[in-house]
Design a protein around this ligand. Structure first.
Ligand code: PLP
Length: 486
């Protein structure tokens, strides 16, 4: 049944509250807003009772899919469990009522929180310093690449190329191109890892940096990372880590120890802050010692004196790349991530990654009988299946499998990414899903594999039970092409 618009539910004179006997004195609008700014007629607003309006929005929210309803099969990259306490702390009036232009002596608590969060992230990734400014992962990449560019310029070198591996997230080449670099793709080998021969071939004196994701986007650890770091550094290039998803690394190993010069984090993935329609995000960037002078301004500094500790915003940094954002970053997101890290502590963070890896490998073991795994096990926090078997035998595509999952009450996983896996189905269950939930999810995918065999038509017409049926994907992509070619 279609949910009516709130205007259709409206009845003249109906009120959202009934506090008879407690009539509050009416304050004439003119005393608050000058009459020239007031509407001549009052705006037409829906008139509904409190329970009608609450029920309306609850019904709407349950038509939608969200992490409070069920799991996301590409967990931390789409939405992992965001503890409610994160919202509680960022709602505290001392944080939520701040204005970014307040003088620093009235915002010491906020500055302390940002300083400490940067310190914790620095420690987690083993870097020399961290900026919290960037507003998203891609924005962090751009910041990191601009830092690399400035570094080379300060060495009097004008390197024009950036190497990106072919399993990289699409934002990697996009950010590098935005910073003015020519993108050179480095191939993966049969194991799904970086092909060192191809890397050697492409590393020349014009290469500013190599961008790498470790574990990479198919969930595999780049075992030869130290050799890669040596090759890159011997070439005078820098090594960039896409740390959007650190769910496999927390407390176990650190990009800084592997030899990375720059890493960006996605607080809205690993560090449990909302995203995916619920943003805004945050993409802090960690750097090695030699990149510190170029960090965006302002930098938060801590001063110890006989009167105690104070924090200040430093703008006087002549070699800085400048500002990457208004003010200091998405503050409410920073408060949430700070809460998350402090609630877990070092032991808890390590358990997050251990459980994420165990959950991914457990789920994979349940699915192997029915789906192809193009690259060998073991995986870390995520894995990438292929729907090739279903496509070849029954004409059912990965898209159809994903659509059918909606009928089983699950969000779809990420599909057709990374590009190196044909009919890719990418799954990341995350650390907080119980064995029972993983079993039910696996059962859904196994049943779908059965249906692909016995009743492929069903999958091709799925989803059948959702409020919105399948869109015309062919038409949508045709229109997208038209838009792109305009
Ligand atoms: C999500 C993601 C990004 C981009 O982050 P945004 O915040 O969406 O800009 C980059 N790299 C990887 C591996 C990601 O998962």
């Amino acid at each position: 049944m279609r949910e009516k618009l709130i205007f259709e539910l409206s009845h003249c004179g109906r009120k959202g509250y009934s506090l008879s006997g407690h009539n509050l004195p009416e304050i004439p609008m003119e005393t608050i807003i000058p009459s020239k700014f007031l509407r001549k007629q009052s705006a037409e607003l829906p008139e509904v009772s409190e329970s009608e309006v609450v029920r309306h929005f609850i019904r709407l929210s349950t038509l939608n899919y969200h992490v409070d309803k069920n799991m996301y099969p590409l967990g931390s990259c789409t939405m992992k469990y965001n503890p409610k306490i994160n919202d509680y702390t960022c709602d505290l009036p001392g944080f939520s009522a701040l204005h970014p232009l307040q003088p620093a002596k009235t915002t010491q608590g906020a500055l302390q929180l940002m300083y400490e969060l940067a310190e914790m992230l620095r420690e987690i990734a083993g870097m020399a310093a961290v900026t919290l400014q960037p507003a998203a992962g891609a924005h962090g990449e751009l910041t990191g690449i601009l830092l690399i560019k400035k570094y080379h310029e300060s060495q009097g070198s004008k390197r024009r190329k950036l190497l990106v591996v072919d399993s990289a997230h699409g934002t990697n080449p996009a950010s590098a191109a935005l910073a003015g670099y020519q993108i050179i793709s480095v191939a993966g080998n049969r194991d799904g890892r970086t092909d060192l021969d191809d890397l050697r071939l492409k590393l020349d004196g014009d290469v500013a940096a190599l961008m790498l994701t470790n574990p990479n986007t198919i969930g595999l650890f780049e075992k030869e990372i130290q050799q890669i770091a040596t090759m890159v550094h011997n070439n005078g290039s820098l090594l960039y880590m896409d740390g959007a998803n650190m769910n496999a690394l927390l407390g176990i190993t650190r990009p800084g120890d592997m030899g990375f010069d720059v890493v960006h984090y996605n607080l809205h993935k690993t560090f449990a802050t909302p995203h995916g329609g619920g943003g805004p995000g945050s993409g802090p960037v960690g750097v090695s010692e030699k990149l510190i002078p170029y960090l965006p301004v302002p930098v938060i500094e801590k001063q110890e004196s006989s009167k105690g500790t104070t924090y200040s915003l430093q703008y006087n940094r002549p070699e800085s790349i400048g500002r990457m954002m208004n003010f200091y970053g998405n503050f409410a997101v920073l408060v949430r991530a700070y809460t998350y890290i402090r609630m877990l502590g070092p032991e808890g963070l390590r358990r997050v990654s251990e459980n994420a890896i165990i959950n991914a490998n457990y789920l994979l073991s349940l699915l192997l009988e029915s789906y192809d795994l193009p690259y060998p096990k073991p995986v870390l926090h995520e894995f990438c299946l292929s729907g090739d078997r279903q496509k070849k035998a029954h004409g059912v595509r990965t898209l159809d499998i994903a659509k059918r999952l909606l009928d089983y009450g699950f969000h779809a996983p990420t599909i057709y990414f990374p590009l190196i896996v044909s009919e890719a189905i990418m799954i990341e269950p995350t650390e907080t899903e119980s064995k029972e939930t993983l079993d039910i999810f696996a059962q859904a995918l196994l049943s779908i594999a059965q249906e692909a065999e016995n009743n492929p038509e069903l999958l091709i017409s799925a989803p059948l039970t959702t409020p919105v049926k399948r869109l015309d994907e062919a038409m949508a992509s045709r229109q997208l092409n038209i838009c792109c070619s305009l």
